[in-house]
Design a protein around this ligand. Sequence first.
Ligand code: SF4
Length: 410
Amino acid sequence: MKQFDIPLYYRSPIISRVKAIRSNNDNRKKDFSPTLLNFDGIQFVLARHFGFCFGVENAIEISYRALAENPDKRIFLLSQMIHNPSVNADLEKNGIEFIQDTQGNQLKEWDEIHPEDVVIIPAFGTTIEIESILEKKGIETKKYNTTCPFVERVWNKSEKLGNDDYTVIIHGKDKHEETRATFSHAKEHAKSIVLRDIEEAKILGEIILGKRSKADFAKHFSTRTSEGLNFETDFDRIGVVNQTTMLASETQEISDYLADIMNQKFGSENKDQHFANTRDTLCYATNDNQTATLALLEEDADVAFVIGGYNSSNTSHLVELLEKKFKTYYIKDETELIDKDHIHHYDLHQNKTVDTENYLPTDKALKIIITSGASCPDSTVDRVIQRLGELQDLNLDVESALTILKNNFK
Ligand code: SF4
């Protein structure tokens, strides 16, 4: 895979070497077993895949290049480049300003953006409507466009479905930048609708089968359908695409459910006529990270930590997977490990940060699972490992642990 030129402080002395040892021994990425990193008194069980993906490194490289190439210009990002607070904070520190927040609310009015400004499009891509605003202002939108190619692949697939006369069902979070961009591109070519989860898919299924009313349809989906979508006639042919970072098992469940609905309505002998037989549009990083996290569930451990921004979709799904078996804490970085007894962390179910006491067992040598989202720098994971060692009053001998790891893979 292409090597990107990103600032060195995002790289790490521990994790980058762990990843190099693993990939030297498995360069075709067939082995999803975790990495055990042993220290005296503490053992870390690391997922085989985690951290910066292709799209994030690409976006970081382009953003810092924009800074280097335009020292005298104002530089804007349409919104957070990726969902990681430390990366966005560093870009802001270097002078980049955000035009919108992650929900699409204006932080800068469009009137304040001028043709001579540089505008970077984030890895999530953007909507056709925003591209058009920028182009009308005479702003070059291609030069610093960091839209991930795996997101563009979803747009292409939506276009193909539209050309084949299918209505596009987008499994995604409707407020998320990527899904707003995908919806905008899909509706150029096809009737389109966004579904968040299997519960919403079931509501749509009942609408397709005529078990729910027009009012019900409007109540649930009016803000998430393309203009003119007719709930009685536009669901005769459907195809599913998804936000690249959704939970693979949930997308599969939604696709299977909707395929079954179409079979009930039109008969299984006609199924290809009514349900596009497509694979999900999750990206390679989401697939690798979720598969590696599922492999962690085969392990025993005292506690799990998932590291990433609290608005990161892909990171939240790793938490959902791990908490099926382990006491799991979702932290943005090492500063959330307040001390031995207190942790500040994000609770997905309450949708807010909370404080928890006694989060580490104290009566034994610890075995700790660690993974992170696709927008989390490896240097942050390093610091979490070091902080956990510090809290256990251990001096982590990194060189010895890495030598043992290397020998294990000889
Ligand atoms: S998570 Fe996937 S789609 Fe998103 S930036 Fe990374 S590679 Fe691209």
